[in-house]
Design a protein around this ligand. Sequence first.
Ligand SMILES: Cc1cc2nc3c(=O)[nH]c(=O)nc-3n(C[C@H](O)[C@H](O)[C@H](O)COP(=O)(O)OP(=O)(O)OC[C@H]3O[C@@H](n4cnc5c(N)ncnc54)[C@H](O)[C@@H]3O)c2cc1C
Length: 434
Amino acid sequence: MKVIVIGSGIAGLTAAAYLVREGHNVIIYEQFSELGGVTATIHQDGFSWDMGPLLLEGFAPHEKLGKILTELGLSEKIQLINDDRGQVLPDFQIWHPKEYEGPYWRREFFKKMFPFENEGLNQYYKFYDRMMSIMYIGNQLPFTKGLKAFILKLKLLLKFLRVKKYSNWSASQVMDFFFKEEKLKAVFLSILADLVVRPSQFFGLGIPSFNVETAFEKRIPIEFKGGKYPTYHFIRNGCEQLVKAFVDYITNNGGRIFPDSKIIKIIIKEGKAVAVQLEDETIEESDIIIASGGVLNTFYNLVGQDYLPKDFIENIENLSYMESVFFVNIGIDFDPSQYQRKPLCYYYGTYDIEGGIDNCLKGNYHEGKDGFLIYIPSMHSPEMAPKEKHAVTIYTIAPHELKNGNWSDKKEEFSERLLIETGQIKRKNLVKDY
Ligand SMILES: Cc1cc2nc3c(=O)[nH]c(=O)nc-3n(C[C@H](O)[C@H](O)[C@H](O)COP(=O)(O)OP(=O)(O)OC[C@H]3O[C@@H](n4cnc5c(N)ncnc54)[C@H](O)[C@@H]3O)c2cc1C
């Protein structure tokens, strides 16, 4: 069949790769000159910065991305760097110890800091272990069939019964149940800022999956009693290597990719998508059209409301959108490892995670005061910066729309402020106690 894919993000590329593998005639249209969507890497003056994902989950052979790469024979095309990250809170820092101290070193570290939370920590980590097994089984299910799938589902059910009591609790309730100390709760809740979801509105069972210990300690063996842990990797030389691997695969198998080609309309005939219209008015017919790049854009702008059932329109209108991220990419000419010992670290400026997220959801930008992350890809991939220099990304969550002012007018000023906040790290001399 002839298949048109709208968008060359990782979703469009993955769909296209599987379709060319099956022998279909595939064309990808991408509106921008850069391929890859959010997974593109941008370049300037010898520096490279990723636009989206940094430390990626899911590349090990037992995980979904790993399985896809193996199936397409692309595993050898990208170099993965297994790594972990640091977490810095207003008055303490969490970095893995120099010598490996086992999979639960963070639990023991927290016990030393908050001895009165001993029992809560033991209980939390039991809950964590159970959730890790549940996640592992859940992730294996789509790849299992027949009796094996039935047994897995049964296992899942039995394991779920052991955590069922938390299933209607919010993340805040789960934390309140295990811990008294707000600083300790913030350790586990702070990652929700990445999603800009209030802890009181996030599902409690999700907390372990957003605080997987392998994200803080790469030396933990993948296998454990109940399955295998999620893994975290950087992609050597940036996410564009992943994009390149997919693009080569697609074009080597007869697929065609057209950058600078914006689709302005999906043409519908008798209830079926039959063609696309490009900006230059060209019409290209197709048996199948696969659109990526956003529900609202696809259905409202490209298809049009006239072709959509009423309840479907309501569903789209009721979707809630995520807030945004504000990126500052810079090049530096000094060694950053004296201030940040690993390529990635999250810095939090407050323990009030609920309040900070609430503020963002109300359209107030914190200007970096509530926290940010610093990613230095050239620490793991020196090719991403000129010799003896480093590429640095600083980003933080931000409201999609500002309550006061707009992003175009304010972005320069906000960049400066974020850089000033980042500069505080130098003063605190964070590395000295390693
Ligand atoms: C800062 C950040 C950090 C992230 N971190 C992680 C992470 O750690 N782990 C993780 O799993 N995910 C992460 N994500 C999410 C992940 O990157 C995205 O979910 C994923 O890359 C989206 O891929 P996509 O193909 O669906 O969409 P996109 O990458 O948005 O691709 C859609 C493409 O379609 C094109 N397009 C749209 N409309 C048209 C049109 N009309 N005509 C032609 N082309 C069109 C767009 O230009 C774009 O290239 C992160 C995202 C961000 C922004």
